[in-house]
Design a protein around this ligand. Structure first.
Ligand SMILES: Nc1ncnc2c1ncn2[C@@H]1O[C@H](COP(=O)(O)OP(=O)(O)O)[C@@H](O)[C@H]1O
Ligand SMILES: [Mg+2]
Ligand SMILES: [Zn+2]
Length: 538
């Protein structure tokens, strides 16, 4: 059976953990000298090695012949822990076991001495999800831990932990991993897999991954499906190809050519381009221009190809900073309004019009742009200049990703489809056939909690599968009801993208029961939430 790369290449020794010396060196030193704490706290962003290091630590404290602070990987205990024969290391997902009862059970169990190993180790992931009662119960154990018990708490959101818990743990902060460290690891993994990987392609993946090794390895995994990995493969897989329309829009806006800007939007809309996605892409584009304009070397922070970077540099230096900031501001505002339920196409058009004609825009950033232009004796909107670069390709020619269409029997969408489907959607049976479990689902839900707590709550205990371009969710029908709202679907897709690094379409895993009439109160509450009004549910 195919094992995804990031699982297959999960480091088994501290020596193989990339880019976290402040953690791995300290832990190894403690292990060498036998000064082991009873409670550790691992914090930091996703995919940086928290769970990995927790597993290594749990093994190292129990290993029969540890080697320089690393587990040997070969003794009875190490192998038993790998195979599941030794049960003294327990991993708990606090997101789904967050009640006081769960922790009480754990405490009773912890009183028994370990069966085979020296220490019983509890790894509690997403620990910030524990209820206040559960935290109190955990605190009692941390105050007087049995000698044979070690706790390793892991979280992405350390600010949600009570100070009383923090003060009882030895804390380790995991950093976002530097692009070069990710690049090296990718080259190593590809080498082991016998797949040629261009170092520049590895660097591009590393930049796209934003410091997370798991996202980087997932992306490499997808790229490797096509054989040797080049910069072009990465561009295609990550959807970086065909971004001429961003340059075209930014250039039209800069020249104040509102007619061309709106025509470009219309063409993209015809091609089923999702307007919120377009808005996000333009935001990222202007952010890159801002960084280039401001920093000595913005290259490491901008995840694009070298060719595009050169083009951005030229654009950035022909635009005054207040203009760039105004554009960025207008795009972010438009995106917010889209997520609050505004009509996407209209929002996009209005935003571009503001960029083309700052005199129509009464926001502060627009005024700042105009004042700065006056101070410099130039019109707020520069006159069209001879373009320094080759004219960008017509947007119609660029392959634009197709808008999402739910598979048959998926949650019916209340909004009319943006454009006729291009290819028939695969049948649900065909999709289920090739599905594999989406291991990161708990993390997606974790991410979702920040975007929409009630929806995340409704999906508690659900599972999800990946098949082709789809994420198929196995959840209660009630949960799917929530996904009927476009804003919620967008958030779910967004959460998936943030964790997996890829845009998926959504569908149900099982055939849906015939949709029950939606509870009108629930519907109303949902709409209020979409508009940003907090709702308390009984
Ligand atoms: N620092 C790292 N060095 C090497 N691989 C890593 C590192 N961090 C994460 N990975 C890879 O990403 C996967 C997920 O990492 P994990 O430790 O579960 O991240 P998290 O910090 O979210 O708990 C691992 O299986 C491993 O392949
Ligand atoms: Mg983890
Ligand atoms: Zn061992």
């Amino acid at each position: 059976m195919y094992q995804v790369l990031y699982r297959k290449w999960r480091p088994r020794r501290f020596a193989d953990v990339a880019g976290q010396p402040q953690v791995t060196e300290t832990l190894r030193q403690e292990l060498r000298t036998g000064r082991i704490a009873h409670a550790y706290l691992f914090t930091g962003s996703r995919g940086t090695g928290k769970t990995t290091c927790a597993k290594i630590l749990a093994k190292a404290v129990n290993c029969l012949s540890p080697c320089d602070g690393d587990p040997c990987g070969e003794c009875e205990i190490c192998r038993g822990l790998d195979s599941g024969a030794v049960l003294d290391v327990v991993e708990i997902d606090a997101a789904s076991n967050n009640g006081v009862e769960n922790i009480r059970t754990l405490r009773e169990e912890a009183n028994f001495t370990p069966a085979a190993a020296r220490y019983r180790v509890y790894i509690i992931d997403e620990v910030h999800m524990l209820s206040p009662g559960a935290f109190n119960a955990l605190l009692k154990t941390l105050e007087e831990p049995p000698a044979h018990v070690i706790f390793i708490l892991a979280t992405t959101e350390v600010h949600k932990l009570p100070a009383t818990i923090l003060s009882r743990c030895q804390r380790f902060d995991f950093r976002r991993i530097a692009p070069e460290d990710i690049q090296n690891r990718l080259l190593y993994v590809a080498g082991q897999e016998g797949v040629p990987l261009d170092p520049q392609a590895a660097l591009l993946i590393a930049r796209l991954a934003d410091g997370g090794m798991r996202v980087a390895l997932s992306l490499l995994d997808q790229c490797m499906g096509r054989g040797a990995v080049t910069v072009e493969t990465v561009e295609q897989t990550a959807g970086l190809a065909g971004r001429d329309h961003l340059f075209a829009l930014a250039e039209a806006a800069h020249e104040g050519d509102s007619s061309r800007a709106l025509e470009t939007v219309a063409a993209l809309y015809r091609d089923s381009k999702d307007m919120a996605r377009l808005c996000e892409e333009l935001t990222a584009h202007y952010r890159a221009l801002m960084l280039i304009r401001t920093m000595k070397d913005a290259r490491p922070l901008v995840a694009v190809t070298d060719g595009e970077f050169a083009r951005m540099q030229a654009d950035a230096h022909s635009m005054p900073l207040p203009e760039i900031l105004h554009c960025l501001d207008a795009m972010q505002e438009a995106l917010e309004r889209m997520y609050r339920g505004g009509d996407r196409r209209t929002e996009m058009e209005m935003a571009l019009l503001r960029l083309c004609a700052p005199e129509l825009d009464l926001s502060l950033s627009a005024l700042a742009r105009r004042v700065s232009a006056l101070e410099h004796g130039a019109p707020a909107r520069p006159q069209p200049e001879a373009p320094a670069q080759a004219a960008p390709a017509a947007p119609e020619a660029s392959p634009v990703p197709q808008a999402e269409e739910p598979p048959p029997q998926a949650v019916p969408s209340p909004e009319p489809p943006a454009a006729p489907e291009k290819a028939p959607a695969p049948t649900q049976d065909a999709l289920r056939e090739g599905a594999r479990r989406l291991e990161e689902w708990p993390e997606v839900l974790q991410e979702m909690r920040a975007l929409s707590p009630s929806t995340a709550m409704a999906f508690t205990g659900s599972t999800a599968y990946v098949s082709g371009d789809y994420v198929l969710i196995d959840a209660k029908d009630m949960a799917f009801e929530l996904l009927r709202r476009p804003a919620q679907r967008d958030r779910m897709r967004d959460a998936i993208r943030q964790v997996t690094g890829r845009v998926y379409k959504l569908g149900p895993y099982k055939k849906q029961e015939t949709a029950q009439p939606a509870d009108p109160l629930e519907e109303l509450a949902g709409r209020a939430e979409d508009a940003g009004i907090p709702v308390i549910r009984k």
